[in-house]
Design a binder for this molecule. Sequence first.
Ligand SMILES: CC(C)(COP(=O)(O)OP(=O)(O)OC[C@H]1O[C@@H](n2cnc3c(N)ncnc32)[C@H](O)[C@@H]1OP(=O)(O)O)[C@@H](O)C(=O)NCCC(=O)NCCS
Length: 346
Amino acid sequence: MEWPGVLLVKFLPATASDYDEVMSISGGIHDGVDYLPFRYHEWLAEPQRRMFVARSEEKVVAFASFLLVDGGVTAVLQGLRVAPWMRGRGIAREIQKFCFNTLRTNHPGVTKIRETVEENVPPSLLSKSRLLHSKAVVSVFLPNDHLEKTTQLLSCRLLSVYQGRPPVPQSLSKVLRLLDDPRTAEDLFPKGVLIQDLLPLTTHKCNIELLARWGIAWVYSKPSDLLTNPIEGANSSSISNLSEHSTLSCTSSGFLSLSTPPFPVPLEKGVYRLNIDLFGSNPSFAQAHILHHVTEAVRVLPPGGSIVCFVFAEETLRKPVMHYLHGMAPFPAYRELLMLERTLEA
Ligand SMILES: CC(C)(COP(=O)(O)OP(=O)(O)OC[C@H]1O[C@@H](n2cnc3c(N)ncnc32)[C@H](O)[C@@H]1OP(=O)(O)O)[C@@H](O)C(=O)NCCC(=O)NCCS
């Protein structure tokens, strides 16, 4: 297909051999912690995903993809990018139009388009979308030579507010059973929204099964796991803040979380990104789950690796999570992840 204009631009399915060119237009994207370099080939093999490049004068000038979710009624847009020298000329708009036309022709059951964006999203995009939900984002850099000290510190901080049982990995069937209870589902996933590794999903059974197919493991704390016993009279201000936050919310539904194994990012050789997605509102559970995922990431990290750790949580957990990670180098990224949805017009 061609897009007539000053430039002749062709839209084509992306292939494995486009990898280097797609990477060559991706320099510096997402603060150096772009997921696409690592995910590109995995995405190509995913039957529910389609990936496209735009070519002008034989060069790749843009990339976009969509993933079919919610049992085939929603397409999630991901990975959109335009070559720096071609930005501001309508290419992002056109490659998205191409995606939408492909959806209309090949996937007529799709009626909704969904995406996650950082808080500084263009007003034109906001005006045509519904804001479904937003998550607080807290990000820190954990350099290799501090990893041992960091996990020790996080363990000590947790012990001061939480004497409960550690979170436990859950089977797919147990997670589905939890979601069968509407109260638990609403408590853990307000508005039925589930963001995993930046992917905006609903709690639709097909999506949970898709995550299981990708080998993503849930971790759960049941309400009775919380035997809160904050140390009386803790004198450090950060510890007392943690204690204060730990008593803030109810725990009737427990707490769920997800993370993917840390993956390499372009920022620097040996830097890996860890995304931790928290579901629930109890600050003590949040801390226990962060510790679980960081410890697990450190365990599987290649020797010499450092971690950029992103925690995605409900806004009410922002402060407690920040207190818990206090003293670790903040990684300058975005503060909020927005989940947007729009209707795919026929
Ligand atoms: C954001 C980016 C793709 C815009 O490309 P561009 O070719 O300069 O954009 P255009 O000239 O087509 O104008 C902006 C259009 O893109 C849309 N757009 C911008 N950011 C978008 C986003 N994150 N998701 C969807 N659409 C977006 C705008 O809504 C606008 O379309 P409209 O006029 O129909 O409303 C480009 O600046 C880029 O590659 N940035 C770095 C990567 C990035 O931030 N990607 C987005 C998040 S994955």
